[in-house]
Write a protein that binds this ligand. Sequence first.
Ligand SMILES: CC(C)=CCC/C(C)=C/CC/C(C)=C/COP(=O)(O)OP(=O)(O)O
Ligand SMILES: [Zn+2]
Length: 447
Amino acid sequence: MELPVATVTQHDQWKVESQVFRIYDLFGNLPPNAQSVMIELQRDNHIEYLTRGLRQLPPSFCTLDASRPWLCYWILHSLALLGESVDDELEHNTIDFLSRCQDPSGGYGGGPGQLPHLATTYAAVNALITVGGDQALSSINRCELYKFLQQMKHPSGGFRMHDGGEIDVRACYTAISVASILNILDDELVHNVGSFILSCQTYEGGISGEPGSEAHGGYTFCGVATMILINQINRLDLPRLIDWLVFRQGKEFGFQGRTNKLVDGCYSFWQGGVFPLLQRVRSIIDEQLVLPDAGGHCTTNGTHTSTTPSISEVGESFEGTSSHVDDACHSRQEVNFNDIGYNFVKRPIEMEPLFHSLALQQYILLCSQEEKGGMKDKPGLSRDFYHTCYCLSGLSVCQHMWSDEEDSPVLPRALMGSYSNLLEPIHPLFNVVLEQYHEAREFFTRD
Ligand SMILES: CC(C)=CCC/C(C)=C/CC/C(C)=C/COP(=O)(O)OP(=O)(O)O
Ligand SMILES: [Zn+2]
């Protein structure tokens, strides 16, 4: 039975489809001349919109008072994807503002004096890494931040978003991502995170925010990235996850966040961004396909039944040094958690994208892009910095996921439109531009 598509209005749906079908036929086939059709990234207008947004940050974003570190990250990361940085004064003001959001006992709040929160901590750390340079990077108090992460750790293995806050997959990702990129991830923080995330993989194959909820793209990205960062991706049922994920690309070629919902530009990253992660764990997927029982099954006494290798066992780039994973049902591995993110991007990409990457670029450029700058969920809605950030992140993912290795050039067949549309590549586990990631890695691994 075909389920009706849930539409805002039939008119909005038609607007999305009519824009896409200007190039694709009804069956999603790309006509031979499609590459020459002009779909232009409005680079200068995006830069203008973003820079103005950052200048106006305090105090005019009153309704987003608790989200100002997020605004910094969305704007700075979007600019970095466009190959742009901010002038010295704006950079200084951003570092100063984020320093005032840092709690003396660790972590960052939504504004100066606000309660530290894992989401704004992730946003502030990624924003400062994106700014780069000694002043920005040394402003992060890693010692106190580690204590904050310890305080957010829950006996279930998950993390709380803030003191007394919700425990969910988002909290796990933001805690583990921040700890990993700052080189402070250890056994204590990792303990039982994998079991918590495993308990959120649903019957559909995607990952939900908490056990028993509905699978959603946002949490699926968070869950998969976390499992990789803690060296336990082999515990998820990856074939089932892929089954769910590939069907989230709609007939408009954008992604939806969950079954029977509308497509939305931001899922270009939350769903589209899972594919470059899966591309680098191909051997684990292959083994799970051969062994139907592989992937995350624990016996009642907590013994891991899968023979699927963990990521550190596959390929020389995951050679570990010091610690081990101590979840009851996970085989013990010698691995340095802090090297996983670094080694991950060096792994070769061994499979082509499992979704229609050119068509997604088309959705982003034709349906999400605002000609005057900025990006949005879909036609008929307004641009905002969140959608600008995640549409551009998704666009970058599409462009770079055909390249075999970190430094290999982007091929024309990977790109919708001309080379002037090309964005900077990201680190797919952290969603910061790769060049900035490497600078931070160098800074935080200095003795
Ligand atoms: C790192 C970090 C903080 C990640 C957050 C990930 C993320 C985007 C989670 C989405 C949460 C969610 C259930 C949205 C549904 O909104 P909706 O019902 O308005 O949208 P929908 O109809 O598209 O599902
Ligand atoms: Zn959205």
